[in-house]
Design a binder for this molecule. Structure first.
Ligand SMILES: Cc1ncc(COP(=O)(O)O)c(C=O)c1O
Length: 435
């Protein structure tokens, strides 16, 4: 076992300050055991913890760092912006720079509004949908996450097309009742819900590539079906592209599948590692937002110049020819040999991916499209694998339900090294758990 004593000590101190010692729950390592690593620095695909251990990082700050850590052009833009001050509460040029980088290259958007997180983006997008339609109910899907907004911390009620119940203490049932939670990949459930709540549903919100409860890749035909039913019923189709946006291609899942949602929500990559979220749509729909229209939404630090500068630098790199093809190639170089190795050894293990987002499933299923298809018991394999990988200098986010990310900074050598470490870690996971 690597020495993690400095991290463990820092965690003891942090527990005196923060609930569970952390400022976001999954960081606490509860599902894999042990204490979290305190990371001191990152460069390219590498991170170093407080004990000086070096890791090849596949968490990448949970997705924002598509260029890896400390990319020179992001760092330079941040310095340029910071040299002029950090926040003014006025418009700045940097907002135009990031907006034009996006809007000139994303054909599914005409107007955008910057906020400070993915949660805020999804929350504001839903308010917009309600404001535009004058309706209040929303449909979300079991297995999709849209941030910690009250109305979205909701789980399915007792039957199909029943109203949701809150999945967190502190969320009033009255809010949860405005949310209908449906299983993914089930057309009939959607048909029934829109029939039962005719003219009451403002919005269907979906992660078009659900990546918060495993990677539940949807059939594009199902997404097209959602597009059609929303058009038919006057419902706003919201694509939450907080993970998939600028990740599976510059135009995200909308571009990958060629589907025009009514509203899109973004976070993560858009801010280059700084706190940025955004939502966008057609000019007509966005004109409902204040000060142009009656849907109120504001933010003291919205469009923060330092964060805008970071996002602009990152997205400009993503626009370089071949950027996404190269990421995909690297991701295949990680996945293909591991799938082959698992097959040779008879391990129930698969890796799913869309572009450079990947997920480890301890399963033989060739497709997993809904959260009900994930066996919670399979997570014990992940816990063993995670710790064996840490011992071999590979860092994955500490939960088997979370996806991993390959960045442009990962080198072929680092990926080859990862494959070898993974093979050993798989041997350990399958011999410990099966033996
Ligand atoms: C699809 C999706 N939507 C919304 C959010 C919330 O974003 P944030 O954590 O920036 O508030 C996340 C976060 O992981 C997400 O994956």
């Amino acid at each position: 076992m690597i020495d993690r004593s400095a991290s463990a000590e820092l965690f003891e101190t942090a527990k005196k300050y923060f609930p569970g010692g952390v400022n976001s729950p999954v960081r606490a390592f509860r599902s894999v055991g042990g204490t979290p690593l305190f990371i001191e620095k990152g460069d390219g695909a590498l991170i170093w913890d407080a004990d000086g251990n070096q890791f090849i990082d596949y968490c990448c700050s949970w997705g924002p760092l598509i260029l890896g850590h400390n990319h020179p052009s992001v760092r330079e833009n941040i310095h340029k912006a910071v040299d002029q001050g950090t926040s003014f509460g006025t418009p700045t040029r940097w907002e135009n720079v990031l907006a034009s980088t996006i809007l000139e290259n994303h054909s599914y958007l005409e107007r955008i509004r910057f906020v400070s997180s993915g949660t805020e983006a999804a929350m504001s997008a839903i308010r917009l949908a309600r404001g535009v339609t004058g309706r209040s109910k929303i449909i979300k899907f079991d297995g999709c996450y849209h941030g910690h907004v009250d109305a979205l911390l909701v789980k399915a009620g007792s039957g199909l097309a029943t109203l949701g119940t809150s999945s967190s203490a502190g969320v009033p049932e009255a809010y949860a009742k405005e949310t209908i939670v449906l299983p993914l990949n089930d057309r009939q459930a959607v048909e029934e819900a829109v029939k039962q709540y005719k003219d009451e549903i403002a919005c269907v919100a979906i992660e078009p590539i659900p990546a918060n409860n495993g990677l539940l890749i949807q059939d594009p035909e199902y997404l097209r079906f959602l597009r059609e039913i929303c058009t038919r019923e006057g419902i706003i189709l919201l694509f939450d592209e907080v993970i998939s946006g600028f990740r599976v291609g510059f135009e995200g899942a909308a571009g990958l599948y060629g589907i025009q949602p009514d509203v899109l929500a973004f976070g993560k990559i858009i801010g280059g590692g700084m706190p940025v979220g955004a939502y966008g749509s057609s000019a007509e729909i966005m004109n409902h937002i204040s000060p142009e229209g009656p849907v109120y939404q504001a933010g003291t630090l919205s469009g923060n110049p330092v964060a805008m500068a970071a996002g602009a630098a990152q997205l400009q790199q993503c626009l370089k020819p071949g950027f996404y093809e190269e990421l995909e190639r690297k991701t295949r170089n990680l996945i293909d040999p591991l799938m082959e190795y698992s097959q040779q050894n008879g391990y129930s293990f698969r890796m799913f991916n869309r572009g450079s987002v990947f997920w480890l499933a301890f399963s033989d299923k060739v497709a997993i499209r809904s959260s009900a298809e994930i066996d919670p018991d399979s997570m014990k394999y992940f816990a063993t694998l995670h710790s064996a990988l840490l011992d071999r200098g590979i860092y994955l986010g500490p939960s088997g339900y979370e996806v991993g990310f390959v960045s442009a900074a990962h080198t072929d050598e680092q990926i080859a090294q990862t494959v070898e470490a993974f093979k050993e870690a798989l041997d350990i996971a399958f011999s410990e758990q099966n033996g």
